[in-house]
Design a protein around this ligand. Sequence first.
Ligand SMILES: [Fe+2]
Length: 240
Amino acid sequence: MIYDEYLTTAELQRWILESDVSWNSIDRELALTQPALLEQIRDSALIESYFPVYTTNLVQACWDQIDVTSVFSVQLYESYKHFYALNRYLEVVGYRPITDSELIEIRGRNVRNHVDDAVRELARYMISEHFAAYFFLRLSQQAKEPVLRQLAAFIAKDEFRHTQFAYDLLAPRLRGNEDACRRVLEAGANFKHVGADVVSRVPVSSKNDFQAILTLDKKMHRLTGISISEFSQKDIHAAY
Ligand SMILES: [Fe+2]
């Protein structure tokens, strides 16, 4: 079962908040020389803080699907940890740490987001995590402050695993199911990042991250037998 494998991978790759991140050696001055980057950290922390509500809504839509719910229990633990670690970083450097009332405001806006199509939502999640993984990977290279580089690299590794398990959950649901494939491709063609529920501008790795887009297109092709670009073309032709 997918849970065995996912849990074991997650546990083997786990980084420990208190001992693996060198909190005591954060170079505050250096961190503050990149305010635009810190603002992106803040937005991504807000997105990660949303998962207790997002995951609950998704799990409610597929409460009887043991694979989805078990894997998401690990995902929820890791995502909230991302929020906590990123916000602690903002606290240490003294750059606009997030308050509880901000979290509650975001939750209030999203607590009733109903998931009617779990397959489509899983696809949206998979794509969002794909972009998040590239964002944290680039952050680990762009940040000058060494502890932020380290933290971003840990998170990137978790996000690549998250997008992969969403893929693994989707694959058996799409096999021989043309309608499900179409819904996944639609989610890709009309993509709205999960983070857009939370912040007005979702942090991205770079304006046109071709590597991220290219690898996503390949992933969608492997999953559905057709790439998003081919699907969008077909869709446009069907409309005329
Ligand atoms: Fe994630």
